[in-house]
Design a protein around this ligand. Structure first.
Ligand code: ASP
Length: 333
């Protein structure tokens, strides 16, 4: 008897994978026409044959328009689907610009060992050599693989499998636009075969202490960029606008501008919780390394990029404002 096909649910949210190019060579911009997942799938018979698919258009937006509200809606829908015995895994199509953020948020709040895979495309659906269909096929294969269980939320792009924790968009235009922040990819796809070499060991999904339970809203956390002569103006603006947390994308090892240092050294209790990350993509920021976090009441982001640190800080702030506890969370995740 033939083995039944895995039952995979596709949630479409928009992004370039669904866009029509003004011209196939992509010399012009993309136009406003977007294809729904029901229009795209019939053009991808290989994807349709790879699993027993159900598809649903959840949003139809570019990923720079994703809000906390979209994250909560998406996460609730993913959880609902994974809780069903007739769903084996979920694939999410998403714009590439903030895919790593949505993936990391889901990685921290979803409670299931079943695979969740995000994918997208750099080339629009009608572009020459559009890579969306192959990325979607690979994502369905990864979501169907028993080896993907328990690995947390994954991003599949350009024949590579990444952990949501460690993936980032690192090119603005190339097809191979995604890469690891510090620790490499988990696996790859070769001729339709899913290969894993590594598994994430930091807490995610079932082992994460964060969940959707009772979460109606997420605390406001802003990112402030450090550069020469930046002063504390933008940080002050973020604090005045009601941020409960600030991620500082510092120079070098997460170094704060002297004006920001002054503020936090003397007044950190009156300011939002500050996480020190770095604007440098590799290397990270350690606690009390190159800056006295104890003196400044600040938190080290370790190897999280500013955009990932922002998500972890948002979730941490749903539980506590205690700096010591938040430090422990950053060290653990
Ligand atoms: N602007 C698009 C988005 O993030 C880019 C993409 O999907 O590649 O939605």
């Amino acid at each position: 008897m033939k083995k039944p096909l895995p039952r995979i649910w596709i949630l479409a949210t928009g992004g370039t994978i669904s866009y029509r190019a003004v011209d196939v060579k992509q010399e012009g911009d993309f136009d406003q026409v977007r294809f729904s997942i029901d229009q795209l799938l019939p053009q991808m018979p290989e994807v349709e044959q790879a699993a027993c698919l159900q598809a649903e258009q959840l949003f139809q937006i570019g990923s720079t328009s994703i809000t906390d509200g979209h994250w909560l809606t998406l996460a609730r829908r993913v959880q609902e689907l994974l809780d069903r015995p007739d769903v084996d895994g979920v694939v999410i199509t998403h714009g590439t610009d903030t895919m790593e953020e949505t993936a990391f948020f889901l990685n921290l709040v979803i409670k299931s060992a079943k695979p969740v895979v995000l994918t997208g495309a750099m080339r629009p659906a009608t572009g020459l050599c559009a890579e969306g269909p192959l990325n979607l096929l690979h994502s369905v294969l990864v979501a169907s693989s028993p080896d993907s269980w328990g690995k947390g939320v994954l991003v599949v792009m350009d024949e590579q499998i990444f952990s949501a924790r460690d993936v980032t968009k690192c090119s603005t235009y190339k097809v191979g636009a995604f890469g690891p922040t510090e620790y490499g990819c988990l696996g790859k796809l070769v001729r339709g075969q899913v290969y894993y070499a590594y598994a994430p060991v930091r807490p995610h999904t079932l082992a994460s202490e964060f969940s959707l339970g009772g979460l109606e809203k997420l605390p406001k956390v802003e990112i402030v960029y450090g550069y020469s002569d930046c002063g504390a103006t933008l940080l002050q603006a973020a604090a005045d606008a009601g941020a409960r947390g600030i991620v500082y994308a510092g120079t070098g090892s997460g170094i704060l501008h002297p004006d920001v240092r002054q503020l936090y050294q003397h007044h950190h209790r009156d300011y939002p919780v500050l996480v020190r990350s770095s604007r440098i993509p590799r290397g990270g920021v350690g606690l009390n390394n190159f800056l006295d976090d104890d003196l400044h009441g600040t938190v080290a982001a370790w190897d999280f990029t500013p955009q990932k640190a922002r998500i972890l800080l948002k979730l941490a702030l749903t539980q506590t404002e205690d700096v010591e506890t938040i430090r422990k969370i950053f060290a653990r995740y």
